[in-house]
Design a protein. Structure first.
Ligand SMILES: Cc1cc2nc3c(=O)[nH]c(=O)nc-3n(C[C@H](O)[C@H](O)[C@H](O)COP(=O)(O)OP(=O)(O)OC[C@H]3O[C@@H](n4cnc5c(N)ncnc54)[C@H](O)[C@@H]3O)c2cc1C
Length: 395
């Protein structure tokens, strides 16, 4: 959609085809979860969030930066603000649907021809696109071919298929020999083999102010949610690349949960050395360390004799509760998709080497990033850059 806007602003005739009945369904889903559009982080740190694609994103963010994104939203009448940890959101007065509506109005005003319920079915000949009109009526199911001067594909990843991002484009690109990295869930929950007792007792319980790491990797701070299947929440999502790598290597993928990351070990041992008297394990942990009632259950789940551990050993357990991860949640539940069109398939403007004039943008490209505004910003920046590539190409 941003590529369409940029190209229409440059005076090109733009036709947009969307398989669903409405545009931007996943954009609206992102809106339900807080609508974190981007982040004010300094650009080189921002680019490092894209892992192996850091240097590519340094260039992409230079072309369409978080500042550009804020200016773009403001130009649509949507003011933004910077929230905790630098995250950029639309101000509360604006609902996600307001931004989407304003954007669609702008596209229409620019003359972009929007065709919903139109599915791209594949390529034909050197420049042709096969499309199908799925609107009810006399044309329902009609297939036709379009011969545009250039094409931007922005078909999304393969999670939340109900929003339209179903990954069904994979064979259509494989047919012409485009190298693809297999899809994998990113920013998703991790499955832990809880006992039946734990699952029943805990249900969904948040754990605040904790830190999480995979094996001896770096700690990620934040809040996690204990769920029936395992754990979810921002720190878990941020660790999915490491978990995936550990699981792919045959495991074990071990998460370590630090329940008191701000307390020096000596202080923790001192607090745990206080006389317990007649207090239960749960009351003792609550009184001395303000730990929630879920914690003793979690400690016993990890180590059945937790309540009888001497202070130093109990402190060590509280600082590294082992959570053996059996797997990641299914792709369709994930916030984003790793894998997709591999960058060696593209030139510097995101144009397919196998098919000059066809550009690729957004989550269908093989990059991943944590939550925090890096996903939408990545989609916007690749969209703006692909539009620039189209302009170079057609001129
Ligand atoms: C629950 C949730 C919360 C999120 N929250 C945030 C957040 O707060 N911040 C953030 O930065 N990111 C967030 N994201 C991620 C963000 O929404 C996505 O990264 C982004 O929407 C991807 O944009 P895209 O344009 O690449 O693909 P999509 O938004 O998936 O759009 C692709 C479109 O292509 C259409 N399409 C697919 N195949 C065809 C075809 N053959 N023919 C025609 N049309 C087709 C689809 O119907 C779809 O509308 C969230 C995602 C989820 C699921």
């Amino acid at each position: 959609m941003l590529a369409a806007q940029r190209l229409a602003e440059a005076g090109l005739r733009v036709q947009l085809f969307e398989a669903q009945a409405t545009l931007g369904r996943k954009f609206l889903v992102a809106g339900h979860g807080g609508f974190n559009l981007s982040n004010v982080e300094e650009l080189s740190r921002f680019a490092s969030r894209y892992g192996a694609e850091e240097s590519r994103f340094e260039q992409l963010l230079g072309h369409f930066s978080p500042l550009d994104l804020r200016a773009w939203a403001a130009d649509l009448g949507i003011e933004t603000f910077v929230g905790t940890s630098g995250r950029i959101f639309p101000v509360a007065a604006h609902k996600p649907a307001d931004l989407l509506r304003a954007w669609l109005r702008r596209l229409q005003a620019l003359g972009v021809e929007i065709n919903t319920r139109h599915r791209w079915l594949g390529f034909t000949g050197p420049t042709g696109l096969r499309l199908r009109n799925d609107n009810p009526g006399p044309d329902a199911g009609r297939e036709f071919v379009l011969e545009p001067a250039a094409t931007v594909l922005a078909l999304g990843g393969a999670s939340w298929a109900k929003t339209g991002s179903d990954g069904a484009w994979v064979p259509l690109l494989q047919e012409i020999g485009v190298p693809l990295t297999p899809f994998a869930p990113a920013n998703c929950g991790a499955e832990v083999g809880w006992s039946a007792f734990f699952r029943q007792k805990i249900g969904r319980t948040p754990l605040k102010n904790m830190a999480l790491r995979v094996s001896d990797g770096p700690e990620v701070r934040g809040e996690i949610m204990l769920t029936e299947y395992g754990v979810e929440g921002t720190p878990v999502y941020a660790l999915t690349p490491r978990l995936r790598a550990a699981l792919a290597g045959g495991g074990p993928a071990l998460l370590h949960l630090n329940l008191k990351p701000d307390l020096p070990e000596a202080t923790l041992i001192h607090k745990l050395s206080q006389p317990r008297g007649k207090a239960s394990f749960s009351d003792f942990l609550k009184k001395n360390l303000s730990l929630s009632p879920a914690v003793p259950t979690l400690l016993r789940e990890a180590y059945p004799e937790a309540a009888t551990l001497p202070p130093a050993a109990l402190a060590a357990l509280l600082r590294a509760v082992p959570l053996p991860v059996a797997g990641l949640r299914p792709l369709d539940e994930a916030i984003s998709t790793a894998g997709g069109v591999a960058f060696p398939a593209l030139d510097e403007y995101l144009m397919l080497r196998q098919r000059p004039g066809t550009f690729v943008a957004g989550e269908m490209l093989d990059w991943e990033a944590p939550t925090g505004g890096y996903l939408l910003q990545g989609c916007f920046s690749t969209g703006a850059w692909a539009a620039r590539g189209v302009l170079n190409f057609v001129r």
